[in-house]
Design a protein. Structure first.
Length: 356
């Protein structure tokens, strides 16, 4: 028997190997965006479910108390006072009764400063992570990176602390800060458009609000209830709000938001709360192209960041650089210049919404 010594097994050449690698690379490049889109679609669906839960919780609260939850209850006449937010009030409707009891929301008057109401056990509840308050597309830390978020006399955020995600608890007429760590939320209630005497308290949930269905004359399906706020725009807090003044006109970016700037507004060129170019109390998300909102009827819709915003120049000029960040008194545009987005934030403007 003879053996053919000249025969040998043939393998890949270098060129063939490079071609195979290139083909694999092209396939990955084609498939990866599709995979990322599928993952984002799943995260967005989860976010939609969260907003539906919050909308249903607010409806169940309204069924029990005949009004939607207040954004915060504040009636003190002697300086800044903190209060539980709407997120704390609807904990039982979110099946978080144990957390509700731990925080002692019902044991303390809503007019009691959190510096008095909160103890170590209560603060433990305030740092709890609740899935219904977190958007999966926002991977920021549940706890804020900065705790000193408000100047006790001006309400202006400290440099580098524009997110406003901890509570400053004050006692008495002279503010004495007590730093309380609070968990963040990606969902804030819509309090309306402009925090002034002209357009004040025109949303569904705001300071001291007692809004019932009968006052939503524009229709529940035409009015924002709760919307998203991403980490880059300052997120929010579900447990409590910080530094409200006596007439409840302070910027409460912690648990409420306004449709005063377009969705996903990112022109944040300053670190102070009321500085020009910065608007920390709007609505935003990490979803491409827009932000999701729960409406007064419980439905959830995706609002594109290209939605009509009316006369943006007038609107932004009037609110971005107030002389007093706490008690805003800028020149306000007339309702005729309000866009579709602003109209959706108002419960009773009586105007036609139009397409969006």
């Amino acid at each position: 028997m003879s053996i053919a010594l000249g025969m040998r097994r043939r393998g890949f050449t270098l060129v063939e190997l490079l071609v195979v690698i290139a083909i694999i690379g092209v396939l990955i490049a084609l498939l990866l965006p599709a995979v990322q889109q599928a993952r984002e679609a799943a995260r967005r669906m989860s976010c939609t479910n969260n907003l539906k839960q919050l909308g249903l919780a607010c409806h169940n609260y309204a069924d029990t108390f005949k009004t939607f939850p207040s954004g915060a209850v504040q009636s003190s006449s002697n300086g800044y006072v903190n209060a539980w937010s709407w997120g704390s009030l609807v904990l039982p409707q979110l099946e978080q009764n144990n957390l509700y009891d731990l925080m002692g929301v019902t044991k303390n008057s809503m007019n009691t400063p959190l510096s008095t109401a909160v103890n170590s056990a209560t603060n433990l509840g305030m740092v709890a992570e609740i899935d219904a308050f977190r958007c999966p597309s926002d991977t920021a830390s549940v706890l804020p990176s900065c705790r000193n978020v408000k100047n006790p006399t001006t309400g202006v955020a400290q440099t580098g602390c524009a997110s406003g995600t901890s509570v400053r608890a004050f006692a008495g007429g002279t503010p004495t800060p007590v730093f309380l760590q609070t968990s963040t939320t990606n969902y804030v209630a819509c309090s309306g458009v402009y925090d002034t005497q002209v357009f004040k308290n025109n949303g569904i949930i705001f300071n001291n609000s007692k809004t019932g269905f009968q006052s939503m004359t524009d229709g529940t399906s035409n009015t924002f209830l709760v919307g998203e706020r991403a980490e880059y725009q300052g997120v929010g807090t579900w447990a409590g709000v910080a530094a409200m003044n006596a007439n409840a006109t302070s910027y409460n970016a912690n648990s409420m938001g306004k449709v005063s700037v377009p969705p996903n507004y990112k022109d944040q060129t300053a670190t102070t709360y009321g500085a020009a170019g910065t608007m920390w109390d709007g609505f935003s998300s990490n979803h491409p192209g827009g932000t999701q909102f729960a409406f007064g009827d419980g439905s959830v819709k995706f609002i594109a960041e290209t939605i009509n915003f009316g006369n943006s120049d007038i609107a932004l000029t009037s609110i971005e650089a107030p002389s007093d960040p706490v008690n805003l008194s800028p020149t306000i545009p007339t309702p005729s210049v309000l866009g579709v987005y602003q109209k959706l934030g108002i419960r009773n403007d009586g105007q036609t919404i139009g397409e969006y």
